[in-house]
Design a protein around this ligand. Structure first.
Ligand code: TNX
Length: 536
C-alpha cells in the first residue's frame, strides 16, 4: 500500500489545519489528518489538493446503468437528494479493463467531476460502495472530498455465512444481509441450509425433507424452508450485488433432521456420557429419533455410512443443488461428526467430495475433513479453529494445501459473528474464548493463523453467523455490525504491517465515521463503546 501525503506539509501543520476545519479526532485516521474514512481500507488513498465536489439535485450521473442505479439509491438514502442528472457537473461510472485486476477500481474526485472506473462490473460496484462512504455533510450541503483512490482486493473470496437451519430466516432477511455484506465488499454468501434442527430447502428429488423436516427452529421457534424459486431469487439477488451463493448441506453429522424425512438414512442419536456433557454445555434436551430437535447440542447425529442409499441421497441432493447454483462451490460440511469413527468419516468424505467434483463443482468442507486422506484434491478447506490453533486443527487445515487446494479462514475467536460482545446485547454464545470484542475481531492477520502457508494458499476470509440465539433481522444486524467490517478488512485490505491504515486505531476511527451511513441504510448496528461513533 502506498499512502502518499502532500509535499512539504508537516503532520503538525496538517493537524492544525484539520482542527481549524472542524474535523473531529475520529477523522484523524491512520495517525494523520482527515483522510476520508473508507472501510475496508483501500490499497491506496490520497487527499486531492483542490476543492471538493458538491452534490445537488442537478448532479449528472453518467455511465453504466446498474452502477448508476446503485449510486442514485445510496445517495438518496444518505442525503435525501434525488439526482436528476440534468447538470453539467457529474459523476462518471465506467468499466475499463485496463484499470487493474478483477474487482479493482479507481476514484478521482475533484471539484469539477467524480470519475469511478472499475476493471469489471464488480470493481465499479465496489467503487460505488466507496463513494457512498465518501459522502460528507458540509453545512446544508453534501460534498465528496477531493480524493484519489486506487483499490483492489487482497483475497478473491470474501464471505459471510448465515445459518438458516438453527433459526430459519426468510428471503427478505437474506436479501437485506446481501445488501449489507456487499456494502463492505464481501462477495460470497455461504448459506448453512441444513442441520440437526431443520432442513431449509425443498428438493424435487427428496420432497419429504422440506415437508417433514423444516417445521421448527431452536427453542421451538417457527421453522420454514425455501422453495426452489426462493433459492433462485436469492442467487439472482446475490449476483446483482456481485456475490456468489455457496450452499452447504452439512454431513455426515448435523443430520438429525434428515431422519425425520428419511429415517432409513440416519443412525440413531449417539448419546454416551461425553455427549451428555456436550448437551449440558450447549443446553437443550436430548435428541429423540423421529422428533424435531430444538436444542443446541452438536455431534450426536450421523448419516448411515455403510449404506449405499446414503450415497444415492447425496447424489440427488447435490445434483439438484448444482443445477440451481451458478457459483463454483458446493459445501458438504464435515464438521463435528463426533459420533462417526475416523475410518467411517474418511470414507464418507472421500465419496461425498467425489460426488461434488464429478458434478463439475469445487467441494468445500470444514477443516476436520482434512483428516480424510481420500478427499477430492480440489476440496477447499474452511478453518474454524482459533487465531492461535489448538488441538491439531491447523494440521487438518494444512492437509488441504498439501493436496494442492486452498483455505478459507474463519477463526472462531475473531470473526464468529454469533459470539457475544463483552458488553452489549444478551445474544450470542461464548465458547470461542469467551465474548469477542470488536478489537479482537479486527486484530488478527490472515497469513499468521496457519503456519507454513502463504497468501497464495489462502482463498479468502469468511465470517460465519450461527443462529442458535439469532432469531430476527434486527438480531443479525446487532451481531454482524460492526464486527463484519473487521472481517471485510481482513479479506479485502492490504496485510497488517503493510499499510498505515491497517491498525486498530485507524479502523475504529474509520468505522465510527460510518455510523450515520449505516443508520441511513437501516442497519441496526451494535453501538459498541469501543468505537468513537460520529453522529450528525
Ligand atoms: C460450532 S464451527 C459449529 C456450529 C455451531 C457453532 C456455534 C462449526 C463448523 N460448527 O455447529 O452452530 O459452533 O458457534
Amino acid at each position: 500500500m502506498t499512502r502518499r501525503r502532500g509535499p512539504a506539509v508537516t503532520a503538525a501543520a496538517l493537524l492544525v489545519a484539520a482542527l481549524l476545519a472542524g474535523c473531529t479526532p475520529a477523522a484523524q485516521n491512520g495517525g494523520t489528518v482527515s483522510l476520508p474514512a473508507v472501510v475496508p481500507a483501500p490499497a491506496s488513498i490520497e487527499r486531492g489538493q483542490g476543492k471538493p465536489f458538491r452534490l445537488h439535485g442537478g448532479t449528472a450521473v453518467a455511465g453504466e446503468t446498474d452502477a448508476a442505479a446503485a449510486l442514485l439509491a445510496v445517495v438518496e438514502a444518505r442525503t435525501g437528494l434525488t439526482l436528476t442528472g440534468e447538470g453539467r457537473l457529474g459523476v462518471d461510472l465506467r468499466v475499463d479493463p485496463s484499470t487493474g485486476g478483477p474487482e479493482s477500481y479507481r476514484i478521482t474526485a475533484e471539484a469539477a467531476s467524480v470519475v469511478v472506473t472499475g476493471a469489471d462490473a464488480a470493481g465499479l460496484f465496489y467503487g460505488v460502495q466507496t463513494l457512498a462512504q465518501l459522502l460528507t455533510r458540509d453545512g446544508e450541503e453534501w460534498i465528496i472530498p477531493a480524493v484519489e483512490i486506487t483499490d483492489a482486493p487482497r483475497f478473491a473470496y470474501r464471505g459471510v455465512m448465515l445459518d438458516v437451519a438453527r433459526h430459519f430466516h426468510p428471503v427478505e432477511t437474506v436479501k437485506g444481509y446481501i445488501d449489507r455484506a456487499a456494502s463492505v465488499k464481501l462477495n460470497a454468501l455461504h448459506l448453512h441450509l441444513t442441520d440437526d434442527q431443520g432442513w431449509r430447502l425443498h428438493l424435487d428429488s427428496r420432497p419429504k425433507l422440506a415437508e417433514r423436516a423444516s417445521g421448527t427452529s431452536v427453542g421451538g421457534d417457527p421453522g420454514g424452508f425455501y422453495t426452489k424459486d426462493d433459492y433462485r431469487e436469492i442467487v439472482a439477488y446475490a449476483a446483482a450485488n456481485h456475490m456468489i451463493v455457496v450452499p452447504e448441506i452439512d454431513m455426515p453429522g448435523h443430520t438429525h433432521a434428515v431422519g425425520l424425512a428419511y429415517p432409513e438414512l440416519a443412525e440413531a442419536p449417539s448419546i454416551d456420557e461425553h455427549m451428555r456433557e456436550v448437551i449440558r454445555a450447549y443446553g437443550g434436551g436430548e435428541p429423540t429419533p423421529g422428533v424435531p430437535y430444538e436444542g443446541l447440542a452438536v455431534g450426536f447425529s450421523s448419516l448411515r455410512i455403510d449404506d449405499e442409499a446414503t450415497y444415492d441421497f447425496i447424489a440427488d441432493v447435490f445434483g439438484e443443488l448444482a443445477a440451481m447454483t451458478p457459483g463454483p462451490y458446493l459445501h458438504l460440511g464435515g464438521d463435528e461428526s463426533l459420533s462417526t469413527t475416523d475410518e467411517d468419516f474418511a470414507s464418507f468424505i472421500a465419496r461425498a467430495s467425489a460426488i461434488i467434483a464429478d458434478l463439475g463443482k469445487t467441494p468445500v468442507a470444514w477443516h476436520e475433513a482434512g483428516a480424510a486422506s481420500g478427499i477430492a484434491d480440489t476440496t477447499v478447506g474452511q478453518y474454524w479453529g482459533f487465531v492461535t490453533p489448538t488441538g491439531g486443527m491447523d494440521e487438518r487445515a494444512r492437509a488441504f494445501v498439501a493436496n494442492g487446494s486452498q483455505l478459507i479462514l474463519s477463526p472462531a475467536d475473531a470473526i464468529y459473528l454469533d459470539m457475544q460482545y463483552p458488553s452489549g446485547p444478551e445474544l450470542g454464545l461464548t465458547w470461542a474464548n469467551g465474548p469477542t470484542s470488536v478489537e479482537r475481531a479486527y486484530a488478527w492477520e490472515p497469513s499468521d493463523v496457519i503456519s507454513g502457508i502463504d497468501d497464495s494458499d489462502i482463498l479468502g476470509v469468511e465470517a460465519p453467523l450461527w443462529t442458535e440465539t439469532v432469531r430476527t433481522a434486527a438480531d443479525i444486524d446487532l451481531m454482524a455490525f460492526p464486527r463484519i467490517a473487521a472481517a471485510a478488512e481482513a479479506g479485502w485490505s492490504p496485510a497488517t504491517g503493510t499499510s498505515d491504515l491497517r491498525t486498530w486505531e485507524s479502523f475504529r476511527a474509520r468505522v465510527g465515521e460510518l455510523g450515520p451511513l449505516w443508520t441511513s441504510l437501516g442497519i441496526g448496528f451494535h453501538p459498541s463503546d469501543e468505537i468513537p461513533w460520529v453522529t450528525e
